[in-house]
Design a protein around this ligand. Structure first.
Ligand SMILES: C[C@H](N)C(=O)N[C@@H](Cc1c[nH]cn1)C(=O)O
Length: 494
C-alpha cells in the first residue's frame, strides 16, 4: 500500500522550516559584532529631538537609517513632513520620516514596523559613567543614549530582514518600515503623514508592530497598552528682568513663588490628582484586570532596589502595576528660567516656565484634559491675586492605546517568544507613551502589537541607558521568528 501523501508533505515542509530557522539563528549569532558596530554608529549621532541645536544631527540620523535600508534593496523614501513652530515663532524643518518596503507579494501579509531614532537629551555631567554617545560594552551591556530607546530595537528589525536576505530566504511576509525622528517630543508631523498616506503606503498594511518599550522582568513580554501623555508649559511672568533678591526681595511678588504655589495644587503627597474632573474619565479597574495583574510575576522589593528607593506610593503588587500602567499621574519635570547651576546666585527670576505632564489612560481625552488643567490653574492663580501673568499651553496631547490580546497577533507573539526563549511571555502594559500608536490604530484601522526587546533595567531617559547584548541579539531572533509566525495567521484576520 502507498503511504499517505499529505502527512509526508507536511513533514517535509516543517522540516525545511525548522532547518531555515536554525540557519537564521546561526547567521545572527555569527554577525553579532557587526550588529553591535551598527548600533555604535547610530548611538554616536546625538539625535536629540528636543534640542533645536541638534537638528542637523537628527537629519543626519534619518539619512543614515534611510541609507541602510536602501543598501538592502528596499524601496525607500524620506518623506518631508514640514516644519515645526518654535515657542519664539521661528519655523524649523522637522526630520523627514523614513518609509521602506521589502516585498510586494499580494499573497502574503504585510506588516509595518514602526520605530524612532531620536533620543532624549544626555550629558556626561548628568551622572553618566561613560560618554552617552560612545557605545560602551561593560559586562555584556551596551551603554549609550538611545541604545534601548529605540535604536537597537529598530536595528534588530532591520537585521531580521537582512538575515533572510543574506541567506537567500524569501521573507515570509512583506515588511514595511516607518522610522521617525520626533517620537520623544510627541511625534510632530507624523499624524498628518499617516493620514496623507492612508490610501497609499498604508493601504496594504495588515498589521503594525512596535518595539519601543521594555520587559517587566527577565521574562520576555508582549505589551497590549500604553499610557498617553498631555505635556504642559505653565509660564509666570513678572518684572521686566531678573532682580537682585536682596535689593528687591520683599517688595516684589515673585513669579517663582506664584509658580511653585500653583504647581503644589496639582497632586497631593499621596499621589491623588487634585485637578477637578481628571479622575472622572478613568475607566475603572475590572475584576479581570485585577486577576491578570495578580498573576504577573513582579517583585516589588526588586523594583524598589532597581530604582533606589525604600518606599513606593503603594505596597501591594496590583496597586503598583495599576498605577504604573492604567491610572493617570502628574509629573513635574522642571522649571525653565529658574536658577539651577551650581553656586549661590541670589536672583529673583523674572519669568519662569514649569514643564509638567499628565499620563493619560482610557477613557481620558487630551482635549478635555487641556481645558480642565488650564481652567484649574487659572482659577488657583486668580486666588493668589498676583499681578504677574500666567500662560498655560499644552504642547503634547497623546492618547493612550489599548489592544485586544485575543487577536492572533498576540498568539503569534507568544509562539515566537516560546520558540526563541523557550518560555511563556508576560502580557503587560507600558506606563510610557508611544504618541503615534493610537493614530496608527484609528487612521489605518489595523491591529497593533507591541513586542518589546528592551530589558526591565535599561534606564530609558535616565543616566546610563543600556541595551544588553543578549536582548539585542536574541531580540533579533525573536523578530525573525515573529515574521514567520505572522505569515501563518489566516489571511482573513485583520
Ligand atoms: C515608551 C517610549 N519608549 C517613550 O519613552 N516614549 C516617550 C514619548 C513621550 C511622551 N511624551 C513626550 N514624549 C515617553 O513616554 O516619555
Amino acid at each position: 500500500m502507498n503511504p499517505p501523501v499529505l502527512p509526508s508533505i507536511l513533514l517535509v515542509i516543517s522540516t525545511v522550516h525548522a532547518f531555515q530557522y536554525t540557519e537564521l539563528v546561526q547567521y545572527v549569532d555569527s554577525h553579532q559584532e557587526e550588529y553591535v558596530e551598527a548600533l555604535r554608529d547610530w548611538v554616536a549621532i546625538e539625535s536629540d529631538s528636543s534640542n533645536v541645536l541638534k537638528r542637523p544631527d537628527l537629519h543626519r540620523m534619518m539619512d543614515m537609517a534611510a541609507q541602510k535600508l536602501r543598501l538592502m534593496g528596499g524601496t525607500v523614501e524620506l518623506v518631508d513632513i514640514g516644519e515645526q513652530e518654535l515657542p519664539d515663532g521661528q519655523m524649523l524643518a522637522l526630520p523627514k520620516v523614513v518609509t521602506a518596503q521589502f516585498g510586494n507579494d499580494s499573497n502574503k501579509h504585510t506588516v509595518c514596523v514602526y520605530g524612532h531614532v531620536d533620543v532624549q537629551p544626555a550629558k556626561k555631567e548628568d551622572g553618566w559613567a561613560t560618554d552617552p554617545y560612545n557605545l560602551t560594552d561593560i559586562n555584556g551591556n551596551l551603554y549609550g543614549r538611545g541604545a534601548s530607546d529605540n535604536k537597537a530595537p529598530v536595528l534588530a528589525w532591520i537585521h531580521a530582514v537582512e538575515a533572510y536576505q543574506a541567506l537567500n530566504m524569501e521573507l515570509p511576509v512583506n515588511v514595511k518600515f516607518v522610522i521617525e525622528g520626533m517620537e520623544e517630543t510627541g511625534s510632530n508631523g507624523l499624524d498628518a503623514m499617516i493620514l496623507a498616506q492612508r490610501d497609499t503606503f498604508f493601504s496594504d498594511v495588515d498589521y503594525i508592530i512596535i518595539s519601543d518599550c521594555g520587559w517587566l522582568s527577565t521574562r520576555p513580554a508582549l505589551t497590549y497598552g500604553t499610557r498617553g501623555n498631555c505635556y504642559f508649559f505653565a509660564e509666570v511672568e513678572g518684572p521686566k528682568q531678573d532682580l537682585h533678591s536682596g535689593v528687591y526681595g520683599g517688595t516684589v511678588i515673585e513669579p517663582m513663588t506664584d509658580l511653585i504655589g500653583i504647581l503644589d495644587t496639582l497632586i497631593s503627597p499621596s499621589g491623588k490628582i487634585l485637578i477637578p474632573g481628571i479622575r472622572d474619565a478613568v475607566a475603572p479597574l475590572s475584576d479581570e484586570e485585577w486577576r491578570m495583574y495578580q498573576d504577573i510575576q513582579f517583585d516589588i522589593d526588586h523594583y524598589k532596589n532597581k530604582i533606589g528607593v525604600n518606599q513606593l506610593m503603594y505596597s501591594n503588587k496590583v496597586d503598583v502595576l495599576a498605577h504604573m500602567w492604567r491610572y493617570p499621574t502628574v509629573t513635574i519635570h522642571g522649571i525653565e528660567g529658574a536658577f539651577s547651576d551650581p553656586g549661590t546666585k541670589t536672583v529673583i527670576p523674572a519669568k519662569v516656565t514649569a514643564k509638567f505632564s499628565i499620563r493619560q489612560v482610557p477613557n481620558m481625552d487630551p482635549a478635555m484634559v487641556k481645558k480642565q488643567v488650564t481652567d484649574y490653574l487659572h482659577s488657583v492663580f486668580a486666588k493668589r491675586k498676583s499681578p504677574n501673568a500666567l500662560k498655560v499651553t499644552m504642547v503634547i496631547g497623546a492618547k493612550p492605546w489599548l489592544a485586544d490580546t485575543q487577536h492572533p497577533l498576540y498568539e503569534a507573539g507568544k509562539a515566537a517568544v516560546k520558540r526563541v526563549f523557550d518560555t511563556d511571555s508576560d502580557l503587560i502594559r507600558e506606563g510610557g507613551t508611544i504618541p503615534i500608536a493610537r493614530t496608527f490604530q484609528d487612521v489605518t484601522g489595523k491591529s497593533i502589537i507591541m513586542m518589546p526587546i528592551g530589558g526591565f533595567d535599561d534606564g530609558l531617559h535616565s543616566q546610563n541607558e543600556k541595551m544588553s547584548r543578549y536582548n539585542y541579539i536574541e531580540g533579533t531572533k525573536l523578530f525573525i521568528a515573529y515574521l514567520n509566525e505572522v505569515s501563518q495567521i489566516r489571511k482573513t484576520t485583520v
